[in-house]
Structure formats: C-alpha cells, structure tokens
Design a protein around this ligand. Structure first.
Ligand code: FAD
Length: 603
C-alpha cells in the first residue's frame, strides 16, 4: 500500500531547527553575527532593524518557522513516497512525484524561494549562513528536495553578474517560485574537465543574440524554466579551453528538448535530465570568455557549500534514525545501544556531524563576509571614498576571501565523505533491517552517495585545494587560533596538542614540496607533481583535522558538553594526523611506479 501523502501525516510538534541543539548552538552562540549583520543590514536610520540582535532574532525565528516546522511536519513525512514514486519523462515532459509538487508548493507559500535575493525583487536578502542552515534543515527532511531549494544560486548568479534588464526579467520569478532554474554544464565528454565543453554558441548579427547547439547531460532540474548554460562562444583556434567559454541565460522553448531522465541510485525526487539545444536563442551573461573562469566558478563554489549542507542534513537524519533504533532494538537481553561497540559507532557519527557542521558554518561566515565587503568596496568606489578606508576594507575582504577559498572545497569534500560514512554506519546499526525498504536508512544511504560526486567530485575538491595548502593557506588561516589563550589550562592544553598536529602538517607539506624526480627527457630534477597528487587526500585530511580541532576548542569555551567533544575529537585526531604524516613522509611512490603490476599484473 503506498504511504499516505497528505496533510493527515502531520507531526505537529516536530521542528527540525528547535530539536537540533547543535545547529542551534552554532546559530545562537558560535556565528559572529555582528560584522555580517552590520554590513548586510546597514543597521541604523534606514535599516529594517534597529539593532543587530533584532536582525539575528528575525533570522533565527525564520529557521524555526517556517523552515524547521515545514521540514518536520510536511516534507519529512513525504520523503518515502517521493523516493518510491520518483520522476518520469513522458514525451519530453518531466513529471515530478506528487509529494514533491506539494513540497514545492509549501516552500513557495512559505516565501522561501528567494532567500538571498534582494528585497526589491521579492527576495528575503538573507545572509548565506542562514540560507545554508535552511538548506541543511530541508535536506534532513528530504535530500532530493534540496536540489530545487539549493538551485536558488541560479538567481543569485543572475543577480551578481547579469545586466539590469536580465535581473528585472528573471529575479521576480525566481523569488515568487514561478521560475525554477538549472545549471547546465556537463556534457558526455566534459565532466570534471569542463574546459572540454563542445556545445557551441554562435552570435547572430541579424538578431543581436546567440544561438546554442549541443547536448548536455546529468542536468538537475534540466526541465526548469530558466537555464544557465555554459557554451563555447569563442574561436577555439584563438581561445582554447576555459577561455573560450561564456555563460548564457536560456528560456525553455520548443528548441530545447529533454531527451531522457536518468534512473538513479538515490535522490529520486530530483530529475536528472539529458537536454538537447537545437539553435536555441540565448542571452549572454556578463562578458564573453569569462563564463567558466568567473561566473561558473562563483556559482559552483556557492553550490559546493549547498551540497556540504545537504550532506550534513542527510547525515543528521541518519544519525537520528540510528540512535532511536539502537535504544529500541534488544539483543542478548539488552538494548543494542548498551554495547560499547554500538556506542562507539553512534558517538563517532555524532562527532563527525558536529565537525562537518563546524567547518560548514566557518565557511559560510567567510563567504558572507567576503561577499559583503566586496559589495561595500564597490559602493565606496562609486562614492569615491577616502583611500585609507578602502585599503582597510580591501585587506579584510582579501583575508576572508582566502579563508573562503580554502574552506569551501575542504568542507564540500569532508561533509560529503563523512555523510557517506555516517549513513553507512546508520545502516550497520540497524543490522538486517537497515538493508530493507521498511526503514528510512537505506534511502538515506542511497541519497548520501551523490554528495561526493556532483558539484565536483571529492578528488576534484582536493585537486583544487591542495596548491593552497602546499603554499601555507592552512598555516595562515590557523595562526591566530594557534596562539590564542583559551582561558583555562584544560583548553590551552588541547590547543598545544593541536599545535603539534599543525606542526606535523607543516612537516608533511615541506616534505612534499621538496620531492623531486628526474625528467627523463632533460635529465633535470623537477618537482614531483605526481607524488603531490598521490598524497593530496592525506594532506587535506590533516588540514581538516587541524582546522576543526581549533573550532572545537572555541566551542568548548561556550559549552561544557563541547569540552568532552573537543577532548575526544582531538585525542583521535592527533593519532590520525600522526598516521597520515608518517605515511606521507615515507615517500612511497609504489602506486605510481608499479601501477600496472599492482593493479593488473598476474602472480
Ligand atoms: C545526480 C547528478 C546530478 C547532476 N547535476 C548536474 C547539474 O545540475 N549540472 C551539471 O552541469 N552537471 C551535473 N552533474 C554532473 C556532475 O557534476 C559530474 O558527474 C561530475 O562533475 C563528475 O563528472 P563525470 O561524471 O564526467 O566524471 P569524470 O570526470 O569522468 O570522473 C570519473 C572519476 O575520475 C576522477 N577524476 C577525474 N579527473 C580527475 C583528476 N584531475 N584528478 C583526480 N581524479 C580525477 C573523478 O574524481 C571520478 O572519480 C550531475 C551528476 C549527477 C550524477
């Protein structure tokens, strides 16, 4: 019998914000709202709010209601039905599951579809930190729904980079929910390497606009009304790779056909489309040739934060299921939650969620401040403000920019990988029942798996962040935290332990930087970039471990429970870091040197 769909499955007292003490802890005690709110709201005479506190209270009330209540009362109870029904494609028309349609209607009615867009277009003008918390909450209720909710970045990209005309034309529709969008990049031969994109955009002098022709695949919500398409607009002979790509807005019409939708492992409520553009009219966003390097780079970074939030939300749902089950299920005459081996799994799950969440909101704060300071600088420039003031703003902006640059890929990588591990452990805690459709954890396990693939695979996140770590980005970002007095011996002792791991990162980094190989053609010594690629994951793991440890110490200053969490995390972390450092510093290249023999040789 299909599960119930409608309002009779309300859980009226449930709330996915108020029941999540760790998320609340971050929002209420850890996020440094003052600079974000002052820049965002310009508190004072013309502001909607009289004080920072009033603004923050309004933000957090929104997380409670409508976001937390909607997620718990309506969206979560429909998740199983969404997964079972899935999306269909009939004669080129994509049909969403009925409960997904209800979810979208609820989100629109609650006015949650233009969260970060300006008020003048009907948006809520909220900081990225709040939008991310909302994304985490919605994803906990239904991971697949996030793929609609999280596509608000399409509107944001138009807002930031498109002309006033395009903003006026599309943004009100994004805010009202009349338009949904898609980010149209991937092609059969251009996945991780987007510089290989072949879809062509040809400028038609007569019509003063471009026409796009080509095939895109794996496009989330490719059936949406407004598509942001990356296409090759420049002569490949003159501008090869990414420099020849531009970004376009395309309105869905008869020249755009959805050829099929994919049958997938998870996120069944989200349609993944193959699209064919047949000389489709398209309008340029921003400047030619900057599509990938500037605009899509920005959009993908925003989307990476969104996927990290999706991962934390799915992991939170799985952890809840696992703890409830472990308390109820009895074996050998007692609840399985009493067995230390099960307790260990549950504690690790929770601490992993807390570490991913810590990294997530450290990232969003840096993202918010970089963006807001850039806006402020822009307005100072137009007002011809005094140079010393702008210099100060620029240096602050650049500092946050560097932190955001290094934390965004790390947080996407870490949250996704931990989400996969946590949902796998949640299945394990359920034993045989975990493998069955009767319990939600198998769905959560399937939904989790996408998070390390889209918006750039884990390997690509690492590839992106590793040059920064090898040139000292983590060292710079943790310098203040490593020298801080945390106010008591216990926390300062933890800090000293983390400082040792920070030094271990430094040792591993200089070891890798010093590795050289002989170039067989020139016989000269060159940097061993292959070894760097080989150990990049371990270096990134150390970087996350060190960064998160400092975040936990700061949290321990504000919560007794977090003292326990910090001590536990740092004890485990220090052993992990030492293991990774030792492995990196063996200089073992056997994977590279003997790849064929190790992978496919016979004995
Ligand atoms: C459900 C779903 C939804 C999606 N939604 C969208 C969307 O809305 N819009 C869109 O444009 N795309 C979307 N994608 C595409 C997605 O972003 C790509 O699948 C992803 O970037 C990987 O590309 P690929 O599948 O071609 O894998 P490949 O690039 O072929 O990678 C295969 C493997 O090789 C590894 N690899 C590749 N290059 C390197 C390297 N340099 N170093 C180390 N390892 C490497 C990868 O990590 C991976 O393990 C979606 C995909 C899925 C599955």
């Amino acid at each position: 019998m299909p599960p119930p769909l409608e309002e009779d499955i309300h859980l009226p007292d449930a709330n996915f914000y108020t029941d999540n003490d760790d998320l609340k802890f971050h929002m209420e005690k850890m996020v440094e709202w003052q600079p974000i709110v002052e820049l965002k709201e310009g508190i004072g005479a013309d502001s909607t709010y009289e004080s920072v506190e009033e603004a923050v209270q309004t933000y957090l009330e929104l997380l409670e209601d409508p976001v937390g209540s909607l997620a718990a009362e309506r969206i979560a109870p429909r998740a199983e039905a969404v997964d079972r029904e899935g999306c269909r494609c009939v004669d080129g028309q994509v049909i969403l599951p009925e409960p997904t349609k209800l979810n979208l209607k609820d989100l629109i009615e609650a006015d949650l579809m233009g969260m970060t867009l300006p008020v003048e277009f009907g948006g809520l003008n909220l900081p990225s930190t709040i939008y991310t918390a909302a994304t985490e909450i919605i994803s906990r209720a239904d991971g697949s729904l996030m793929n609609f909710f999280g596509l608000q970045g399409i509107g944001e990209t138009i807002n930031l980079f498109a002309s006033d005309e395009l903003r006026d034309k599309y943004l009100p529709g994004f805010c009202s929910g009349d338009f949904t969008g898609a980010m149209v990049l991937t092609e059969p031969d251009a996945g991780s390497d987007l510089t290989a994109i072949q879809t062509r955009a040809v400028f038609e002098e007569n019509h003063n606009h471009f026409h796009i022709t080509g095939t895109k695949r794996f496009i989330t919500n490719g059936c949406g009304e407004v598509l942001l398409v990356l296409a090759r607009s420049e002569d490949p002979g003159k501008y090869s790779g990414g420099r020849g790509l531009s970004l376009f807005v395309v309105e869905k019409d008869e020249s755009v056909s959805v050829r099929r939708i994919e049958e997938k492992l998870g996120i069944h409520g989200s349609p993944t489309c193959e699209i064919y553009f047949n000389s489709t009219p398209a309008v340029l966003v921003g400047q030619r040739g900057r599509g990938l390097t500037r605009y899509i780079n920005w959009l993908m970074n925003a989307a990476r934060v969104g996927v990290a939030a999706q991962a934390v939300g799915i992991a939170q749902a799985a952890f809840r299921e696992a703890t409830q089950y472990a308390e109820q299920r009895e074996q050998f005459g007692q609840a399985i939650a009493k067995f230390p081996a099960v307790q260990d799994m549950l504690v690790r799950m929770r601490i992993k969620i807390e570490s991913a969440r810590s990294l997530l909101y450290a990232t969003t704060q840096a993202v918010d401040l970089e963006m807001l300071l850039t806006e402020k600088l822009e307005s100072e420039r137009t007002r011809n403000a005094a140079e010393p003031q702008s210099k100060e703003l620029r240096s602050r902006r650049d500092r946050y920019g560097k932190v955001a640059d290094v934390l965004t890929p790390l947080c996407k990588y870490y949250a996704a990988e931990e989400c996969i591990a946590i949902t796998s452990d949640a299945v394990q805690v359920h034993g045989g029942n975990g493998y069955m459709k009767d319990y939600p954890v198998e769905r959560l396990y399937r939904d989790a798996r996408i998070t390390s693939i889209y918006e750039g695979t884990s390997q690509l996140q690492i590839d992106r962040v590793i040059p920064k770590i090898l040139t000292g980005a983590i060292d710079a970002a943790t310098e203040a935290m490593s020298g801080k007095d945390y106010g008591d011996d216990e926390l300062n002792h933890l800090r000293d332990t983390v400082n040792e791991s920070r030094a271990a990162l430094g040792a591993a980094v200089s070891f890798v930087n010093q590795q050289t190989v002989t170039n067989p053609e020139t016989s000269l010594q060159e940097k061993d970039t292959q070894y760097r690629n080989l150990v990049a994951r371990m270096i990134s793991d150390i970087a996350v471990d060190v960064y998160v440890s400092y975040l936990f110490i700061a949290q321990a200053q504000r919560s007794q429970r977090k003292r326990l969490v910090a001590a536990k995390f740092i004890r485990d972390m220090s052993a992990r870091v030492e293991m990774n450092r030792r492995q990196i510093m063996t200089g073992d290249r056997s994977v590279i040197d003997h790849f064929d023999a190790l992978v496919s040789g016979s004995n």
